[in-house]
Design a protein around this ligand. Structure first.
Ligand code: C5P
Length: 234
């Protein structure tokens, strides 16, 4: 990631198509990445992903696939065909599913396959929730184990909290992409995020791409909020 703006990904969360596209247009000259997730996708489908992917910044399609390998392979090919530069799958789908995601990405966009990231442990799951699922490990242990599995399967990186970034970096090496949500500049409100980190600290912790939503999209002038964050990490 050479340019500072390639370290910033703005999450366009919402169910208002006009707002999503106009905010994407406003931010397009300023940031390297835009993220579309399940909320926007379930409302507007792959057409919206295609449209935003045509605006300039690369699109992180946060679709979190999780199914049998054959289905994931086909869905991954469809994700790649939208023009998204990156999408993700749940690491807990297992090695064969991770292999299938990579294969599907190459099939859907042979000349320029998107990067594939793994989601490790959802930050909403604590130790008790994992135990209830029959997973008798701490979230930290599972994050590292699943990150290593993703790396072994040839995925490009993981989505992880900035607090997990140093350990993931240590275990998975310098070329493994670490994409971190839960970012809050000192001047913004936390909202519902709990374990937050400032943009500068997240980069210091080893994050390659920061996913920032409401501190930018909720600001009066989103492009100014983005510029302020870029200043802090530049
Ligand atoms: O508005 P905010 O900056 O909290 O948005 C963060 C984005 O990152 C949202 O799209 C949210 O779904 C996503 N995310 C997260 N925490 C995770 C994984 C994804 O906040 N553990």
């Amino acid at each position: 990631m050479d340019h500072t703006r390639d370290k910033l990904c703005v999450a366009l969360d919402g169910s208002d198509r006009v707002w999503i596209v106009s905010t994407a247009r406003t931010l397009a000259p300023h940031v390297g990445w835009l993220k579309l997730g399940l909320e926007a996708f379930t409302a507007f489908g792959p057409e919206l992903v295609r449209e935003v992917a045509g605006l300039g910044p690369r699109v992180f399609f946060d679709i979190k696939l999780h199914d049998i390998p054959n289905t994931v392979r086909r869905a991954a090919a469809n994700c790649a065909a939208t023009g998204a530069a990156m999408f993700n799958v749940h690491a807990s789908g297992g090695r064969a599913m991770l292999d299938a995601a990579r294969a599907g990405a190459a099939e859907g966009s042979p000349s320029n396959p998107p990067m594939v990231l793994a989601v490790t442990v959802l930050t909403s799951l604590d130790r008790e929730a994992l135990a209830e699922l029959g997973l008798g490990r701490t979230p930290d242990e599972l994050v590292l184990r699943w990150a290593l599995l993703a790396r072994e399967a040839g995925l490009d990186g993981v989505v992880a909290s900035a607090h997990e970034a140093p350990a993931v970096r240590r275990e998975c090496g310098p070329d493994f992409l670490i994409v971190t949500p839960g970012i809050r500049p000192n001047w913004s409100s936390r909202g519902d995020q709990r374990r937050v980190m400032t943009p500068a600290d997240a980069v210091k912790a080893g994050a390659d791409i920061l996913v920032v939503g409401r501190p930018i999209t909720g600001a009066e002038a989103p492009e100014e909020a983005a510029a302020r964050i870029l200043d802090e990490i530049g």
